[in-house]
Design a protein around this ligand. Sequence first.
Ligand code: HEM
Length: 125
Amino acid sequence: MLFDEVGGMPFIEKLVDDFYEIMSNDPEAKDCLATHLGRDMKESAVKLKFFLSGWLGGPQLYLEKFGHPRLRMRHNPFSIGPSEAEQWLYCMRQALLKSTISDSLRVQLFDSFIQVAKMLVNRPS
Ligand code: HEM
C-alpha cells in the first residue's frame, strides 16, 4: 500500500507542511496563494493531510471527519485556471523533492497529483 511505502502519516505531515510553507513564501506560487487568502491555512493543511491519508490507502480520516471529499465540487468556490494548477503542482514538486522517498515513488505520486490538479481546473485561462 502506498501509504506504508511512503512512510505513513509522518511523511504526509511533513509533505503538507513543506507544501504550505513553499506556497506561502515562494513568489512563483503567488496566484495559488491568492486562492487561499482569507482561509485558515492551518485548517486547509489539516484537511489536505486527512485527504492524502485516505487517498494513499491509509486511514480514511477526511471521510470520517468531513464526509466524501468531492474535490471538484469543494474547489468550485475558488477560481482555478491553468496557472493556479501549475503553481499548486510546482509547490508539491518542491515539497516532494524535500522528502526522502525514492525517485520512483516520487514520480508515481507526482503523476497522480497532476491528474487531480487537472481535474480541478474550473477556469479556462
Ligand atoms: C489545482 C490547484 C489547486 C488549487 C488552486 C487549490 C486550492 C484550494 C483552496 C483555496 C482550498 C480551500 C482551503 C480551505 O477551505 O481551507 C482547497 C481545499 C482543498 N484542496 Fe485544493 N487546490 C488545488 C489542488 C488540489 C489537489 C491536487 C488536491 C488533492 C490532491 C487538493 C486537495 C484539497 C483538499 C482535500 C481540500 C479541502 C477541501 C475542503 O474540505 O473544503 N487540492 N484547495
